[in-house]
Design a protein around this ligand. Sequence first.
Ligand code: ATP
Ligand code: MG
Length: 391
Amino acid sequence: MKEIILIKYGEIILKGLNRHIFEDRLVNNIIKVVGEKARVYKSRATIYAEPASPEYNDEIVDKVSRVFGVVSVNRAAVCEKSLESILEIAKDYLKDELSSVSTFKVETKRADKTFPLKSPDVSREIGGGILAAFRNLSVNVKTPDTIVNVEIRESAAYVYSKKIAGVGGMPTGSSSKAMLLLSGGIDSPVAGYMMAKRGLELVGIHFASPPYTSLRSEEKVHDLLSKVARYSGRIWLHTVPFTEIQEQIREKCPEEFFTIIMRRFMMRLSNMLAANTDCHALITGESVAQVASQTTLALGCTDAVAEYPVFRPCIGMDKEEIITISRKIDTFNISIQPFEDCCTVFTPRHPKTRPQLPDIIEAEKVLDIEGLCQRAYEGIKRISITADGVE
Ligand code: ATP
Ligand code: MG
């Protein structure tokens, strides 16, 4: 018996004139993750992955379920287009499932309108055959324990029961590029995942302050991005040397403004890099009131230097809600490893929670903002990160 993987995507969000652009992008993104392991093609609102060998089936299902835009992934048995073949294969292919439940129903989709029986007739015939073969079963159309799905298409018929949920969202790359400001914490990988889910391609930026921050904390960021890349595809990470900027701030600015001024430098450098990497938005993991630099007024001071829209998908979420997502995308256990971040190195004892923008601008005047940014920018190192790690 031959197994094939049927991939379903959200019909509604893909409607409209641009629909084929989204579909083609989704097919390409699926091809990227399965590589040579399956032949992937699209026909009538379903994408098919025909495994090159049955041993790849589990891996293909696992990888495809994480591709944004995929709503469900169904392993299906391929049948000849006759009632006899469909019934025989359904009884054999679904025997474990059908023996272990007590109610079922059959749902048929007939895409090939030349098939002589209509969908309800197919469901009735197949349902009758299954009932006769499995004594434990009865039909329940409202709340069945399992559904036997039959799809009759041009080239073959397909039978499946279990639907594996996909991640949903929009295909990566369908909404341009954005720059993710990634610390080693819990929130920023989640923020990156959430925006990638809306179709954005991610470019990463991380600020490191050696020797205050260690190589190990940079590796932690690589590990985090590698997890995010399982969903978003390859991410180029840019690591910015931030030590001189932080030392200058510490030396010359009032302590209560350290964090806000530092965050404004992060924004300036992100602006510069975004302009040169074709990014049209910045993404941070900030959440209102989580820390002193994330009060409404503090966020306003940070935003004042941003030259792009700043996407903050965690902004209204509680920490627990953010953690739930970080567990789902498997970044939580990496994020909680105790390596210092540049933010924690020079934390003021009494940060200003209601900073006024004119005071911040005044405090920054002693710094050579342009020179500092230029030197940091010139020291940027770039690496490519995929689901398999650093390339
Ligand atoms: P996270 O859990 O993501 O570290 P946080 O709650 O600890 O967030 P902050 O340390 O104040 O918050 O940082 C707020 C946001 O600023 C982060 O979510 C991230 O987007 C960005 N950020 C912080 N530190 C860095 C860094 N070293 N490099 C790049 N971006 C950073
Ligand atoms: Mg942090």
